[in-house]
Write a protein that binds this ligand. Structure first.
Ligand code: CA
Length: 223
């Protein structure tokens, strides 16, 4: 999952990026509204963390503009404490959730997990596909109940496929959603990771759909 953080406070921006990277997300970052708006308009993010008080273009305007351009990714806004009117304006502008400053990083992470899950059509924090089970809270994957050890890149890839299970995901989509903008985007690495995941899960749950991409599906999903 690839996220965008727009926050002009440099310390806070760094803390967010580091916590989100540690949690396994690819993260791009912007320090003002103009740059943030541009990134959100041109790159396919799975979710955005948007501060409302920003230089050059305020958060509400960024959000309104995205929504009018049909950019529908989930957006979590960061609002000033005790400014209820800001929360209302943000939600009305198209935000999906908010966190008031100062916040606990754990709350931001939990709210983002919920937004990402709901956006992919999953109501609970566990996502299952046949014998595979992804616990999005602990970032653990089990197969038939046994824990599978994954590198962070393998985890990102499998988590993305599991959030979108049952649908064909192209290699380009994977590259765009798993890596930040500075990553050397060689889509051949995807194939390597898929091979490793197949080995680790000793299963054929990840199917190659020739010419289109990959699809994660358990036997009972097939009809
Ligand atoms: Ca600010």
């Amino acid at each position: 999952m690839r996220l965008l953080v727009i926050e002009d406070d440099e310390d806070l921006n760094r803390q967010l990026v580091s916590a989100l990277s540690d949690a396994g997300y690819a993260v791009d970052t912007a320090f003002d509204g103009e740059e943030g708006h541009f990134l959100g308009e041109t790159e396919p993010y799975d979710a955005v963390v948007l501060d409302l008080g920003l230089p050059k273009m305020d958060g509400i305007s960024v959000l309104k503009q995205w929504r009018s351009e049909d950019r529908n990714m989930p957006v979590l806004i960061l609002t000033a404490r005790d400014r209820w009117s800001e929360k209302v304006a943000g939600m009305d502008a198209g935000a999906d959730d908010y966190v008031a400053k100062p916040f606990h990083m754990e709350e931001v992470l939990a709210r983002l997990r919920a937004l990402l899950r709901r956006n992919a059509g999953h109501a609970t924090s566990d996502i299952e596909c046949g014998p595979l089970r992804l616990d999005t809270r602990s970032a653990r994957v089990t197969y038939d109940g046994s824990h599978i050890k994954l590198t962070s890149h393998e985890y990102r890839l499998l988590a993305y496929l599991m959030h979108h299970n049952g649908r064909v995901v192209s290699r380009i989509e994977l590259v765009e959603h798993l890596y930040d903008q500075d990553f050397d985007r060689d889509s051949n690495v995807i194939e390597v990771f898929i091979g490793r995941l197949r080995k680790k899960t000793s299963s054929d749950l990840i199917r190659t759909v020739r010419g289109l991409g990959y699809c994660l599906a358990s036997a009972d999903d097939e009809s």
